[in-house]
Design a protein around this ligand. Structure first.
Ligand SMILES: *Cc1c(COP(=O)(O)O)cnc(C)c1O
Ligand SMILES: [Zn+2]
Length: 390
């Protein structure tokens, strides 16, 4: 289904490849009122969710992205609470970004294009590079000149064309779209309408797997929060859900333009001057879908909170030690955010809350344990109850 683009804010309609409304807000794909997003369709992965998508299911792993598991993890909360984890870390390149990339790449394949590109040095870059490799598209990834070798390596393994760019990296987000005719390909940046279309399937899956009071997710560009809201809107319009779960968005305190705007009661998000944070995947100081993310919070009666780096690291450790899941600091913000919401009373301890674990922590190096315990084999039996040496 090809779909038309619409502005959530002023209702203006456009056609792709326009990505932004003349009012300045981002566009998303809309479908005829009769479209039922919740009727499970044929196929695998996110294509089985039934959600209408603007591209056909691609081959290779991109055609199997999504349909991720959900499970209980009450033990991760300090105190009591009813927690469900929506585990996006099991996507092929380790993050939810694969959903949006799959739709973008499928769109390119449907139109006989030979290249897909993105402006990213993290999960989105890896996702585009791997997806391009799987679909025989050349992946063009624009990275900042000072990207650490380790990060570059995790993108480079898939064989993309890597372009190190000097100068104002932030301005490439818009500029890259101007390169599309030159590279005869498609750029799929953080809040691209194609990306939003793919990522909305997270919400459709969550509502098929559970009936939560609230969903907590980390927010950076605001693209994924917008996508989850979009999925919920489509379900609501088709009467597949009666009410919206509350959407709670979490930022790192060191870079929190959306939380700042929320706290100040503003309905627009302005850029901030950020500090460093461990949650490097959510450090967008000038989020292109920030204002739309605020609208999502407003519409679902949620909130935006920010959490400090030490809370983020503590939550990350608890997810490892009490649920056996290693996630990025960007993702553990959801647990730290939930605890803040439990303390403030925004969320009740008996409510069911879904935390979206957006990305894996397995790619990062770690210094744990700080002091490895070493015992000699001779002394080991004494330390293991029930072990009988002969
Ligand atoms: C991209 C990303 C986010 C933020 O998503 P946005 O759509 O930019 O708001 C959160 N967590 C992880 C792991 C990510 O890679
Ligand atoms: Zn508009």
């Amino acid at each position: 289904m090809a779909g038309t683009l619409e502005c959530y804010s002023c209702g203006t309609r456009e056609t792709f490849p326009t990505r932004r409304c003349s009012c300045g807000e981002p566009l998303w794909f809309v479908y005829p009122d009769s479209t039922d997003p919740g009727a499970p369709g044929a196929g695998v992965g996110m294509w089985a969710s039934g959600a209408p998508l603007p591209a056909s299911r691609p081959g290779g792993f991109p055609g199997a992205v999504g349909n991720t598991p959900m499970y209980r993890a009450d033990g991760v909360v300090n105190g009591t609470g009813s927690v469900l984890i929506k585990d996006e870390t099991v996507n092929p390149t380790g993050s939810f970004k694969d959903r949006g990339t799959a739709v973008g790449a499928a769109w390119a394949v449907d139109r006989g294009m030979e290249r897909i590109g993105t402006v990213s040095h993290g999960n989105m870059a890896r996702s585009i590079a791997a997806t391009g490799a799987a679909l025989a598209l050349e992946a063009v990834v624009l990275v900042p000149a000072d990207i650490p070798q380790d990060r570059l390596g995790h993108i480079g393994v898939y064989g993309p064309t890597l372009v190190r760019v000097d100068g104002d990296y932030g301005s490439l987000y818009e500029q890259s779209y101007g390169l599309e005719s030159t590279i005869e390909g498609l750029f799929v940046n953080s809040d691209d309408p194609l990306r939003i279309a793919g990522q909305k399937t997270i919400a459709v899956e969550i509502m098929a797997q559970s009936d939560p009071d609230a969903i907590v997710l980390p927010v950076s560009s605001g693209g994924n929060a917008s996508a989850v809201w979009k999925g919920l809107r489509e379900l609501r319009r088709a009467d597949r859900i009666e009410t919206f779960p509350r959407l709670y968005l979490v930022q790192a305190a060191a870079c929190s333009p959306i939380a700042d705007a929320y706290r100040a009661g503003r309905s627009r998000v302005d850029p901030v001057d950020p500090d460093e944070t461990v949650a490097y995947s959510i450090a967008n100081a000038d989020p292109p879908s920030g204002t739309r993310a605020l609208a999502a919070v407003e519409a679902t009666d949620g909130a935006v909170v920010s959490v400090a780096d030490d809370e983020i690291v503590d939550a990350q450790r608890r997810l490892s030690r009490r649920a056996g899941r290693r996630v990025e600091p960007a993702s553990s913000t959801t647990l730290a955010g939930l605890e803040s919401l439990l303390r403030s009373g925004d969320v009740d301890r008996d409510e069911t809350v879904v935390l979206v674990m957006t990305g894996t922590g397995l790619l990062a190096s770690t210094t744990e344990p700080a002091e490895p315990s070493a015992v000699s084999l001779d002394s080991l039996p004494a330390r293991l109850p029930g072990f009988v040496a002969d």
